[in-house]
Write a protein that binds this ligand. Structure first.
Ligand code: ZN
Length: 106
């Protein structure tokens, strides 16, 4: 039974990673149709991740806007502010997505 669970997590991670890759490619094309496609990819990735409880989205590599369901890439669809404790990604619609940085490690 446990072997089966490991396999499911492995497949889930692979699928989520691939969907986020596709979302990134679509956003980098920078037009409206591809943006809708990217939103769909991110939504699917989040749904798959939630359903299988795989924890497959790396939050530091792939920053998502939870309200718009879109992958945030600085310079294309997001502004970035840096403070001592956190990095804030601001999406096109003005939602703030904070990522906390552990300053003790550096
Ligand atoms: Zn947003």
């Amino acid at each position: 039974m446990k072997k089966n669970k490991d396999l499911i997590k492995k497949i889930t991670k692979f699928r989520v990673k691939r969907l986020l890759e596709l979302a990134r490619i679509a956003i980098e094309k920078n037009n409206k149709e591809d943006e809708e496609l990217a939103k769909r990819y991110v939504k699917l990735a989040r749904q798959i991740n939630k359903h299988y409880k795989a924890n497959a989205i790396n939050k530091k590599e792939n920053v998502l806007c939870k309200k718009c369901n879109i992958l945030l890439i600085p310079g294309i669809n997001a502004n970035v502010r840096v403070s001592s404790k956190s990095v804030v990604y601001i999406c096109k619609n003005g939602h703030q997505n904070k990522i906390f940085v552990d300053s003790r490690k550096t």
